[in-house]
Ligand binder design. Structure first.
Ligand code: PDD
Length: 281
């Protein structure tokens, strides 16, 4: 059965959804996106994702093509029409369509597309094996743009090497995962994750997890860490809307926690799911 997707005001079967070849999202990656988790048919962290969306758009001289309320309504309608219980809902806003020109105009008619992806989020997590790769992305990773080729290449390289994902390294320190925020748990129990800057995406799941960890009296250090420090850690994990808290069991061939998911990642994932069930809409 084909999905129903959303394109500029219309709900259509995915085969019928089209966007112009002159869309600047297609020609220049002149577009931003967001991905919210769907749990029990409800949307997790909607407010946080919209807040980041508005910020990303603002950094690129764009506004919202629809109101926050309309956006929520489209999310809900799409989840309902596709009957999704668990998974992700993707939205992309491009600057719109114009003849190819490096100079963009302000206040163009933007393109808004959305679709759902059904995927289990609450099952037992086996843990992933990561390899490090140079972070060759652009310098404004805090803006959630669709220019994901570097991330896509790194993840494909990791898969070709028989692993699951890449952790990206710049100037000797891990920035983040190819599509997630990266964490280690030191042997004395501290959670370490890179501090916010233009070098990483300001993860919505990251924000929630750091808040929950603090509530659980876990110690947190927001600072860069190296691959060597990560390999020597008690455990490691990553967060993303599409995975919640996911254990990392191997880094560049070195197993962590005996190659098994660690207790901190497991606990934080459970608490995150519990908390999401209280706040999703
Ligand atoms: N990616 N860092 C990067 C580079 C990401 O692409 C993502 C999310 C994150 C985690 O952010 P959040 O917790 O807000 O999902 C960090 C999404 C899920 C994706 O591209 O599919």
């Amino acid at each position: 059965m084909s999905r129903i997707v959303y394109v500029n005001g219309a709900y259509v079967p995915e085969e019928e959804a089209t966007v112009s070849i002159f869309d600047r999202g297609f020609l220049f990656a002149d577009a931003v996106y967001e991905v919210c988790a769907i749990l029990d048919g409800k949307i997790c962290e909607f407010e946080g994702h919209v807040e980041r969306l508005i910020r990303s758009l603002g950094e690129l001289d764009m506004g919202m093509p629809v109101s926050k309320e309309e956006l929520l309504e489209i999310h809900r309608e799409l989840i309902k029409r596709n009957n999704v219980e668990q998974g992700a809902i993707y939205l992309q806003i491009t600057r719109g369509t114009a003849d190819r020109d490096f100079v963009y105009k302000k206040d163009m008619k933007q393109t808004l597309v959305m679709f759902t992806q059904a995927k289990g989020l609450t099952e037992e997590k086996a843990g992933i094996r990561v390899v490090s790769a140079p972070d060759i992305r652009w310098g404004r990773r805090d803006i959630k743009t669709v220019q994901l080729l570097a991330s896509s290449m790194c993840k494909t390289m990791a898969k070709a090497a028989g692993k699951d994902d890449a952790w990206l390294v710049q100037d000797g320190f891990v920035t983040e995962g190819s599509s997630s925020n990266a964490y280690i748990v030191t042997k004395d129990g501290k959670i370490v994750t890179r501090n916010l800057s233009t070098s990483i995406l300001h993860g919505i799941t990251r924000k929630a997890i750091l808040r929950l960890a603090a509530e659980l009296d876990m110690e947190i250090e927001e600072r860069p860490f190296t691959i060597a420090e990560a390999q020597d850690a008690a455990e490691a994990f990553f967060t993303a809307a599409t995975a919640f808290v996911y254990p990392v069991i191997e880094i560049d061939g070195v197993e962590l926690n005996g190659g098994k998911p660690g207790p901190v990642a497991k606990r934080l994932n459970e608490v995150y799911i519990e908390e999401s069930r209280k706040s999703y809409i």
